[in-house]
Design a protein. Sequence first.
Length: 304
Amino acid sequence: MNYNEIISSIYTKIKSEDNIGDLANYIPELAKVNPEKFGVHLSILKGEKIGMGDYQEKFSIQSIAKVFSLCMAFEMLGEKIWDRMGVEPSGTAFNSLVQLEKEKGIPRNPFINAGALVICDILISHLKNPMGEFLDFVRFISGNPQLNYSPTIANSEKASGYLNNALCYFIKSYGNIHNNPTDVLDFYFHLCSLEMSCEELSGAFMFLANEGMKSENNQVILSKSQTKRINALMQTCGLYDESGEFAFKIGLPGKSGVGGGIIAIYPKQYSIAVWSPFLNTKGNSHRAIKFLEQFTTRTQLSIF
Ligand code: GLU
């Protein structure tokens, strides 16, 4: 398979087409990002690495970081985390409040904001220094000690995150947030502000394509069964209310963020990250979805 040729021809074609959508304007710092940025990086398990465009430029990974926080909580506490949240797609927007009242403060899954806030709460309850230890975990799985939060983006979201405040206090009223909501929200805004390039992201996610082990040395991060569960959740809930369409068109477990990044995994084969900041109405990158759809069509590889 000539991945280089496939990536380069899809990239060039999409770049020549209209770039449509909106930036994540509700976070003032993200409204300043250049919407023409476009990067792709493919890491093949024990094979080639191919980057195109702005693949080495760091961006705000936003909700993609929720995969890391889920892995950390799952690795530490195992199956009991599912007492505090479900594993079903929500069928609503990523920041929706509507199900929480009916379902008594139990979020549908760990990737909608409500579920990610509960994961932050779990980590705060079990770690001495959650912000530092979470960063250490991401640095460890990515083998990259340089990774960091963006305090500017975290503060920008903190100053405007009314909906996330509402979600956190609402869940707290049902007893499913155990710590001080201010601390939970601060940790949440920081983990969303993590900055990584497509190259760094596709490298960091390789363990999910490698049955839970680091690809360089087979060091175990998650068990095979835990890895299967994370990939299944990415498949069913990773793109919010567009997860069904993503499975239908792309056919790979994936996770998006409102910074415009999407990561997708082909188990035992590769991990691919695409970044383009303009978002569609579901909050997912317009060009990244387009790219991945054409990529899995051209390669004729999908888990289905
Ligand atoms: N920090 C963003 C928020 O809470 C994350 C959403 C996303 O990337 O989908 O609204």
